[in-house]
Design a protein. Structure first.
Length: 221
């Protein structure tokens, strides 16, 4: 039996007294894309950050490749994040003192820094139509450009799990298609892709689609 890449077992999350996520269970297989839609404030970003081991659930477990990850200490969780998870945050978190190319290369800092990885960073940036911005700083880029830089960074090391929070926001339709294509293409190398989106067309292109409604995940597709 193949192990699921990621499993959520009855994940609940409350902020103070307010229940945001209620006993959510979900399995993610390698090479599949799951779209999650839902109202603003419904808990999609919260769910993604719990999947990415950035935040602890109030209750429930997370397993990654069969390993119980939710109860590991912070150092072990950070190792899993660095090695196995690519993030595209809703607010692109780039380092303002580094150039665009250096920001994209950041995940490779502790892993490897050969010529090949620099070339891959440049290829990704030109795929996202940013080849003329390699040596700019993040504060010199538009929101849509920053979002594509964050995506290039997340794709750099071909992580087994890719978590993308509204990745096509701030993009014109042509670029939104390019970004959606890159996310879905990551499946071909076995990456499990979770895409939070308000875009119904993108949700439709994923293998599965869930709506987060009043703390529950409801399968649409
Ligand atoms: N650190 C926090 N402390 C307290 N409440 C929080 C915290 N983070 C989020 N919330 C609340 O949890 C709810 C869910 O927030 P979340 O960011 O997960 O929503 P979302 O579905 O991603 O919304 P959007 O579509 O607007 O991005 C919101 O009501 C928010 O105010
Ligand atoms: Mg959000």
């Amino acid at each position: 039996m193949t192990k699921n890449l990621l499993e959520l077992h009855q994940i609940s999350k409350s902020y103070e007294e307010e229940l945001i996520l209620e006993e959510i269970s979900l399995s993610v297989q390698p090479g599949t894309a799951i779209a999650i839609t839902g109202n603003s404030g419904g808990g999609k970003t919260t769910l993604l950050s719990i999947m990415g081991l950035l935040q602890k659930p109030t209750s429930g477990q997370i397993t990654m490749n069969g390993l119980e990850a939710s109860s590991l200490d912070q150092k072990k969780q950070a190792k899993i994040r660095g090695e196995s998870i690519g993030f595209v945050f809703q607010r692109a978190r780039l380092i303002s003192s580094l150039t665009i190319q250096e920001n994209v290369l950041l995940p490779a800092w502790f892993v490897r820094k050969e010529k090949e990885i620099v070339e891959r960073a440049q290829q990704l940036l030109s795929y996202f139509e940013l080849e003329h911005r390699l040596n700019h700083k993040p504060q010199q880029l538009s929101l849509g450009q920053l979002r594509r830089v964050a995506l290039a960074r997340a794709l750099l090391l071909q992580p087994p799990l890719l978590l993308a929070d509204e990745p096509t926001n701030d993009l014109d339709p042509a670029l939104a298609d390019i970004v959606a294509g890159a996310l879905l293409q990551a499946r071909n190398q076995g990456t499990g892709v979770i895409i939070v989106t308000h875009d119904p067309a993108l949700a439709q292109k994923a293998d599965h689609h869930f709506r987060l409604e009043q703390g529950n995940l409801i399968q649409v597709k």
